[in-house]
Design a protein around this ligand. Structure first.
Ligand SMILES: Nc1ncnc2c1ncn2[C@@H]1O[C@H](COP(=O)(O)OP(=O)(O)OP(=O)(O)O)[C@@H](O)[C@H]1O
Ligand code: SF4
Ligand SMILES: [Mg+2]
Length: 381
């Protein structure tokens, strides 16, 4: 990534959001637990066959995930497409009503709250979406977009004109941009507007769902730096969802790795990245372009066999077992719990990974063994 867009602290006149509200910052002290998620389950019934048949199957999109986020902290959430990252983020915000499990925000249980009861809490928990093109109403000016949160939440006695100007400055745009429409901005600028909207009500937690994935690499760094600056200034906590492992590594304090609806490894960023213990984490990291080459300039890569199974009918025991080179009988019958693997990190595996060279060799041998079988099955089926 290269820097391109302007940082937000260009001008000394730029006001902080706290100044704009006239209120002192309301955030919990950094390090205090803000969000606690326990055994969160999100299932979607889906129809089978024709249009009017009854729902007969269930997508197990999120299958019992637990994590917490502290005030001022960034938790990165990574994993392949379809593993349940967005669903987790939305269920945390109660945009999907969880099937079961607990979501506590500042100690208050959110599951089961009515829409009215949730409304004041929504001010503190915001979301930024992946697609900056789809997320801004094309018929609205930026002013309309940024004043909407105040209208929805009935915030009165506020100088919205002043606040919109300050929000735009906070994200590195100009107050005079307020009368333009979304299509007049670049992707990076649109995402800055999305961030400004999320900041409008001075939240404590923002779920950032792939906030830079749709942007050119050249403007990603500007938006990531902006998010970091805002976090420092406003004491925000982030749940940062992304495919891009290098961006997650850059921004996260802790990282959670998901596979087929489960968190398979979670812990401090450097522990997870430098010394992964779950075979899936190791495979994912080894395949990332930024993985460190070894002394010979070669990179050990673990190439997984097979596809991700359907979340409608996930494998028994360990969900990763159909692609894992270390799988044994126990893996099919006993679901591995997340256990302490040292260094503040938890991983869910009966036979944790050792070092990359050993595991890559074992994975390679496993592939050579199962690949002809796979091919034969495909040819005969
Ligand atoms: N409303 C829904 N109804 C049925 N299935 C859904 C629904 N929303 C998500 N799913 C399914 O749940 C699973 C998890 O989806 P989700 O969007 O959370 O994954 P993701 O990790 O965010 O993927 P991506 O990286 O592609 O954004 C997928 O199999 C998806 O098809
Ligand atoms: S529990 Fe078994 S199948 Fe699952 S990741 Fe560990 S070794 Fe592989
Ligand atoms: Mg997603």
């Amino acid at each position: 990534m290269t820097e391109s867009t302007s940082p937000k602290h260009d001008s000394p006149e730029q006001a902080t959001l706290a100044e704009s509200t006239g209120a002192p910052p309301k955030h919990a002290a950094s390090g205090e637990s803000l969000l606690q998620v326990e055994d969160l389950v999100m299932e979607f019934p889906v129809g089978k066959g024709g249009l009017f048949r009854r729902a007969q199957e269930t997508v197990h999109a999120v299958a019992g995930v637990s994590f917490d986020i502290k005030a001022g902290e960034t938790l990165g959430l990574v994993g392949e497409s379809g593993c349940g990252k967005t669903t987790t983020g939305r269920a945390v915000l109660q945009l999907h009503r969880p099937t079961s499990g607990s979501v506590k925000f500042e100690g208050r249980e959110l599951t089961g709250l009515s829409a009215n009861e949730m409304r004041p809490i929504r001010r503190d928990m915001q979301i930024v979406f992946q697609d900056p093109y789809a997320s801004l109403n094309p018929r609205w000016t930026i002013n309309d977009i940024l004043t909407e949160p105040f209208e929805i939440h009935g915030v009165k006695n506020i100088d919205t004109r002043k606040r919109v100007g300050e929000l735009l400055e906070l994200v590195g745009l100009k107050p005079e941009h307020r009368n333009r429409y979304g299509h007049e901005f670049s992707g990076g600028q649109r995402q800055r507007i999305g961030v400004a909207r999320a900041l409008a009500l001075n939240p404590k937690l923002i779920v950032l769902d792939e906030p830079v994935s749709a942007l050119d690499v050249s403007v990603q760094a500007g938006v990531v730096n902006l998010l970091e600056d805002l976090q420092e200034e406003l004491g925000l906590a982030y749940c940062f969802i992304a495919h891009d492992l290098s961006v997650v590594r850059h921004i996260s304090d802790r990282v959670a790795v998901m596979y087929l609806g489960k968190i398979v490894e979670i812990g401090p960023r450097d522990e997870v990245y430098n010394n992964p213990r779950h075979p899936y984490t190791m495979a994912l990291l080894s395949a990332a372009p930024e993985a460190d080459p070894n002394e010979d300039g070669m990179r050990e890569r673990i190439i997984l066999t097979g596809d991700v199974p359907s979340p409608i009918n996930p494998p028994s025991g360990c969900r990763f077992r159909t692609r894992c080179w270390k799988a044994q009988e126990k893996c099919a019958v006993e679901e591995p719990p997340l256990v302490d693997m040292g260094g503040g990190r938890l991983a869910a595996c009966h036979f944790p990974a050792t070092d990359l060279a050993t595991e890559a060799a074992a994975a390679h041998a496993h592939r050579d063994k199962v690949q002809p079988d796979l091919l034969a099955t495909q040819l005969t089926s």
